[in-house]
Design a protein around this ligand. Structure first.
Ligand SMILES: NC(=O)c1ccc[n+]([C@@H]2O[C@H](COP(=O)([O-])OP(=O)(O)OC[C@H]3O[C@@H](n4cnc5c(N)ncnc54)[C@H](OP(=O)(O)O)[C@@H]3O)[C@@H](O)[C@H]2O)c1
Length: 334
C-alpha cells in the first residue's frame, strides 16, 4: 500500500504520524530474525511507524532491516517514525540507553523515546510472574521526574525528537503533569475492546497527549506466563465475530478499526497479517452502531498485570494500577 495513503494523526508538536504502527515484541515465541523479517516486509508494505524497545532483545536485527530498506530507497529516514523505550534498569542512564538503541536500530535519532514503565523495577526477560526483585520500589514522583528530565535533555541534544510515557495511570499523571518542561507527545498503554481505560484515555486526550494502544488484538499469542484463566479473548467474543462477519474480515481487523476510529494509535504485532492490518485503515469504517457495541465490551480485562514489578510489601498487582485513585506506597505524592 502507498504509505502516503495511510491516514495520519497530528501530534501536539504538529508532527503527522501514521494512524497505525507495527509492534515488535516477539512474546517469547518469535525470535529476532522472525520479527525483523516482518519489519522488513512491513516497511515495504507501507508501514512507517515501528514500535521497538530495548528489552525486546531484537533492535540489532530490526536495525539491519531498516538500514537495508533505506539503502534500497524504499523510503527516507525522515519518512519513518521510529519509537523505542528505555528499560527499567536504565532509568539513571537514559542517554546511554538512547544511544545504544540508535546504534542498534541504525537510525541516527529516535523519533519517540518512551519511558517503558514509570518505576525503575528491573526484572530479567522471560522471568516467571512469581519472581520478585527485592530492590523494587513503589512509584516516586522524584525518581520519575529525574528520568523524565534526562529525556528532556536528550530532546535538547537532538538525540531523540519526542518523549513518550507508558503504563501510566491518572493518579500518577496528576502528580507529574505540571512538571514537564517538554510535554510528552504520547502515552503507550494497554488498549483493546475489553480494556478501554476510558478515564485514562479521556485524560490523555484532554491534555493533548496521544494515546498509543498496545495489545490491540488482546494479544492472543502473549507469553504463557502472562495468561490467566479469567482473561477474556477479545477476538472470540460473539459481538466481535458478528461485526467481523458483516464486514467479511477477521475480528482482529474490527479491533483495529475500532481503535483507529476511537482515536488511539494501535501498534499490532503481526508476522502474517501486517498487510491486512495496514490496508484496513482505508476500507469501510465501522458504523456508529458497531462502535457503540464495541464500547459496550469494556470489561477492565487487564492482560499485562505487571506482577514482576511489585516491591517488597506490595499487596498484589492491583497496587501497580492505582485503582482506588491513590498511588500505593508512594513516598512523595502530594
Ligand atoms: N509499552 C508496553 O509496556 C507494551 C506492552 C506490551 C506490548 N507492547 C507493544 O504492543 C505490541 C502489540 O502487542 P502484542 O504483540 O502483545 O499483541 P497484539 O498486537 O494484540 O496481538 C498480536 C497477535 O495478533 C495476531 N494478529 C495480528 N493481526 C491479525 C489479523 N489481521 N488477523 C489475525 N490475527 C492477527 C498476530 O498473529 P500473526 O503474527 O499470525 O499475524 C499476533 O499473534 C507489541 O508487539 C509491542 O510492540 C508494549
Amino acid at each position: 500500500m502507498d504509505a502516503t495513503k495511510v491516514p495520519q494523526i497530528t501530534l501536539n508538536t504538529g508532527d503527522k504520524v501514521p494512524c497505525v504502527g507495527l509492534g515488535t515484541f516477539g512474546s517469547d515465541r518469535f525470535d529476532a530474525d522472525e520479527v525483523s523479517n516482518a519489519v522488513a516486509g512491513a516497511i515495504r508494505a507501507g508501514y512507517r511507524m515501528i514500535d521497538c524497545a530495548a528489552c525486546y532483545g531484537n533492535e540489532k536485527e530490526i536495525g539491519k532491516v531498516i538500514a537495508d530498506a533505506l539503502k534500497e530507497g524504499v523510503c527516507e529516514r525522515k519518512d519513518m517514525y521510529i519509537m523505542t523505550k528505555v528499560w527499567n534498569d536504565m532509568h539513571r542512564h537514559c542517554e546511554e540507553s538512547a544511544r545504544q538503541s540508535i546504534a542498534d536500530l541504525r537510525c541516527e535519532y529516535i523519533d519517540l523515546f518512551f519511558i517503558h514503565w514509570p518505576f525503575p523495577n528491573y526484572h530479567a526477560p522471560h522471568c516467571d510472574v512469581t519472581s520478585r526483585n527485592p530492590d523494587s520500589k513503589p512509584f516516586s514522583v522524584e525518581e520519575f521526574m529525574d528520568t523524565y528530565r534526562q529525556c528532556e535533555a536528550l530532546v535538547k541534544k537532538g538525540i531523540i525528537r519526542h518523549i513518550g510515557i507508558s503504563n501510566m495511570t491518572v493518579p500518577k499523571l496528576e502528580q507529574v503533569i505540571d512538571k514537564f518542561e517538554i510535554k510528552p507527545v504520547a502515552c503507550e498503554i494497554e488498549l483493546h475492546p475489553c480494556m478501554q481505560q476510558q478515564e485514562l484515555f479521556d485524560y490523555l486526550v484532554a491534555h493533548d497527549i496521544q494515546p498509543v494502544g498496545y495489545m490491540p488484538m488482546g494479544s492472543p499469542m502473549r507469553p504463557e506466563r502472562d495468561m490467566e484463566p479469567d482473561d477474556i479473548a477479545d477476538l472470540q467474543l460473539p459481538e466481535m465475530k458478528k461485526i467481523a462477519e458483516a464486514h467479511g474480515v477477521h475480528p482482529a481487523i474490527i479491533a483495529l478499526k475500532w481503535a483507529i476510529q476511537r482515536g488511539q494509535i494501535p501498534i499490532p504485532f503481526s508476522i502474517h497479517n501486517y498487510v491486512a492490518n495496514l490496508e484496513c485503515t482505508v476500507t469501510e469504517p465501522l458504523t456508529d452502531e458497531e462502535m457503540e457495541i464495541i464500547a459496550g465490551l469494556e470489561k477492565n480485562n487487564r492482560l499485562v498485570k505487571g506482577q514482576v514489578f511489585l516491591w517488597p510489601g506490595a499487596k498484589d498487582w492491583h497496587d501497580l494500577w492505582d485503582e482506588d485513585g491513590t498511588i500505593a506506597d508512594c513516598p512523595d505524592a502530594i
